[in-house]
Design a protein around this ligand. Structure first.
Ligand code: C2E
Ligand code: CA
Ligand code: CA
Ligand code: CA
Length: 274
């Protein structure tokens, strides 16, 4: 997703040759970005349905190189996965988010962090999480890891084991972007996650009754497998109402809140939770 004119690529690259060169420039800049403190986190609330009370937040990584436009996560995260930088960057995300949750979030609220395959292939992940939990004194059950369906399917054995390891230390897990892979349903019970996050692409944008019936069936199926269900990318009032009618447990999307910086989140929590 090239966010219109925001990325270096969009701005400076009329053709493929330039594009490849710019990608190299971006990757070179990415190498030192962590040391230069160029990353930040924004937080997007998740709410209970139908009450719409916030139940937690998802941390989303941002990269703002000084003097340049922000680089979209869909561009730099796959890059960091390929060159392995996602491991130290991900460790920073875990340290930062656990500290923030322990210091600034009410005890009823959970912090969700995205992890990619490269991270759970890394034997140091469990230690990094353990260390962050100890340093922050955050209760393990207040941390949740989101693993995309595609990542879990591509390395099923590894995913099953990683999810089990997290469960053993009390950290919660969720399947992210559910419904974008193609073997979704058969693996629903094999991956012992706590939550399923239904991808935005499965959420009807209009009154398409057949789509709603399919979505409601998916919600029921997840419940039958004893998984909590969250719908992503909710943008309209009536989508939230239909989801609540269909028994969806939680929702997330621009309707409730966009991803917001730490200060704005603290204000939001004060307002919504007290
Ligand atoms: P994701 O985990 O599926 O995150 C949801 C994306 O949808 C976010 O994009 C969010 O800003 C956007 N979104 C939320 N609500 C709405 C809505 O109502 N409508 C629309 N159109 N979009 C909505 P973002 O922040 O650009 O992140 C893109 C992806 O980058 C994430 O997808 C995730 O896979 C990855 N990512 C972000 N932060 C991290 C991180 O710390 N580590 C790893 N490994 N991946 C991350
Ligand atoms: Ca996610
Ligand atoms: Ca998602
Ligand atoms: Ca996604």
């Amino acid at each position: 997703r090239a966010s219109g004119g925001e990325s270096w690529v969009g701005v400076y690259n009329p053709d493929m040759a330039r594009r490849a060169q710019d990608l190299l420039v971006i990757e070179t800049a990415l190498m030192g970005a962590l040391e230069r403190n160029e990353f930040s986190l924004v937080y997007q609330p998740k709410v209970l349905l139908p009450s719409r009370r916030p139940s937690g937040v998802e941390a989303l990584l941002r990269w703002n190189p000084p003097g340049r436009p922000p680089v979209p996560p869909d561009l730099f995260i796959p890059m960091a996965e390929q060159n392995g930088l996602i491991v130290p960057i991900g460790a920073w995300v875990i340290a930062e988010t656990t500290r923030f949750a322990a210091e600034h979030m009410p005890p009823s609220m959970r912090m969700s962090v995205n992890v990619s395959t490269v991270q759970f292939r890394d034997p140091g992940l469990l230690d990094a999480i353990d260390a962050a939990l100890h340093a922050s004194k955050l209760k393990p059950s207040r941390l949740e890891l989101e693993i995309t369906e595609t990542a879990a399917m591509s390395e099923l054995t590894l995913a099953i084991e990683a999810i089990r390891n997290m469960r053993n230390i009390g950290v919660r897990t969720a399947i992210d972007d559910f419904g974008t892979g193609y073997s979704s349903l058969s693996y629903l019970t094999r991956l012992e996650v706590d939550k399923i996050k239904i991808d935005q692409s499965l959420l009807p944008k209009d009154g398409d009754e057949r789509m709603w019936q399919v979505l409601n069936a998916i919600i029921e199926l997840c419940h039958a497998a004893d998984r909590e269900v969250l719908a992503e990318g909710i943008e309209s009032e009536w989508q939230a109402e239909r989801l609540a009618e269909g028994g969806c447990d939680k929702g997330q999307g621009y309707l409730f809140s966009r991803p917001i910086p730490p200060d704005a989140l603290r204000a939001y929590l004060q307002r919504e939770v007290g």
